[in-house]
Write a protein that binds this ligand. Structure first.
Ligand SMILES: *Cc1c(COP(=O)(O)O)cnc(C)c1O
Length: 409
């Protein structure tokens, strides 16, 4: 990473510093001094003019650096965001997408072809589960779902697989994958490993440290952080980026420049927002665990969570993420009444934004999962998922407590 004036910054700077300085903005200037704008300009263009046809051909062939066309053939605003993501995930490179799902899709298609098999954790985001179960098999790619916490059966499943796929902190029970163990098992089996790091964010975990080749994010969530866009990214080696990009060039889904600008704006404060959100999640988890109306709280920061110790080792900074889920005594009806009684927290899809959000996975985010698969993964019909925002903790506690009182009125 280089600092102002292109000078190397030496030892790796801290996360907040990288968030602010990690975007490689190009210099501009019409006079004697070349200057760098504080905000990376939005290059809102689909195409680029060349002086000669030869130059155009050379750039398209990859023989010379340059920009050619918006669908993944390069844009300075998007590249600035990609360089920022590589700095945050500590990878060589990154390729940005117009959604998290297009990023997940590209990782699968770049790694597997008809006749190949992907081994995936059964604890997955609903859209990813649906892609693996409904779409990939249509193209002759088989997906084996495994329990990521049962390492022996996983080793067995990995033999001959083209890709392993899991989530660092899984949606919605906040189980934590043992990334060092999984990464080692994949290396032993010679299987490339990919992980969805959306819930943890690069602030809490860098999966490349544990041997993962591809790190996927739904940038829509905490990285962009303000509930104003949909975007995704795959962080990888430079060679890995080449393979991901090759898929995107022909299937579409590259990130547009305005989204890249908003992502750059959002990501500058990722550390500040994560600190506050994790603090709020922790306060809410402890308060909810003490309530008689709550049967179970799933939050890796609580000593009662089955993966608390693993999470303490894997996630840095003594933080456990901004997501938690709860089961209310009284099941589905009690959960619905409590959600409807909230006044500050919103009932909404998505997560990781500045507002505290609640949702009911069985009828929303995980509706694509058959009920028996859902229950086998521990997602009860009455489960409520909470994404802690950056409001003041006291107001959130008052809202949650008030909702218990209002729900029984
Ligand atoms: C939202 C989400 C996705 C999908 O991302 P989009 O940006 O909505 O396409 C994938 N994985 C996880 C964990 C998510 O939360």
């Amino acid at each position: 990473m280089t600092g102002p004036h292109g000078r190397p910054l030496g030892e790796e700077p801290g996360f907040g510093t990288r968030s602010v300085h990690g975007a490689a903005a190009s210099r501009a200037g019409s006079g004697e001094i070349a200057q760098t704008p504080a905000s990376v300009p939005i290059y809102q263009t689909s195409t680029w003019r060349f002086e000669t046809g030869d130059e155009f051909a050379e750039v398209l062939a990859g023989n010379r650096p340059g920009y050619a066309y918006g669908r993944g053939y390069g844009n300075p605003t998007v590249e600035a965001f990609e360089s920022l993501m590589a700095a945050l995930e500590r990878t060589e490179a990154a390729f940005a997408f117009s959604s998290g799902m297009s990023a997940v899709h590209a990782v699968c298609i770049a790694s597997a072809r008809a006749g190949d098999r992907i081994v995936a954790s059964r604890e997955l985001y609903g859209g990813t589960y649906s892609l693996f179960r409904e779409v990939l098999p249509r193209y002759g790619i088989e997906v084996t779902f495994v329990d990521p916490h049962d390492i022996e059966s996983l080793r067995h499943a990995l033999v001959g697989a083209a890709l392993f796929y899991c989530e660092t902190i899984a949606n919605p029970l906040c189980t934590v994958a043992d990334l060092p163990l999984l990464g080692a098992a994949c290396r032993e089996a010679g299987v490339p490993a990919a992980v969805d790091n959306t819930f943890a964010s690069p602030y809490l975990c860098n999966p490349v440290d544990h041997g993962f080749e591809f790190v996927v994010h739904s940038v829509t969530k905490v990285i962009a952080g303000h509930s104003d866009l949909v975007a995704g990214v795959v962080c990888s080696s430079t060679a890995g980026r080449g393979r991901i990009r090759a898929v995107a060039l022909d299937t579409g889904g590259a990130m547009p420049p305005f989204e890249a600008w908003l992502c750059l704006r959002g990501a500058e404060t990722l550390e500040l927002r994560m600190e506050r959100m994790c603090d709020n999640a922790d306060v809410l988890a402890r308060m909810l665990e003490a309530r008689p109306e709550v049967e179970a709280v799933h939050y890796p920061g609580l000593p009662s969570h089955p993966h608390h110790e693993r999470a303490s080792k894997l996630l840095g900074r003594g933080r456990y993420g901004s997501m938690l889920s709860i089961e209310l005594t009284g099941g589905v009806e009690a959960a619905a009444r409590w959600c409807d009684s909230l006044r500050l927290a919103w009932i909404a899809a998505s997560l990781g934004g500045t507002h505290t959000l609640v949702c009911h996975p069985a009828t929303t985010t995980h509706r694509q999962m058959p009920a028996e698969v859902r229950r086998a993964s521990g997602i009860s019909d009455g489960l409520v998922r909470i994404s802690a925002g950056i409001e003041n903790a006291a107001d959130l506690v008052a809202d949650f407590e008030g909702a218990f009182a209002r729900a029984t009125e």
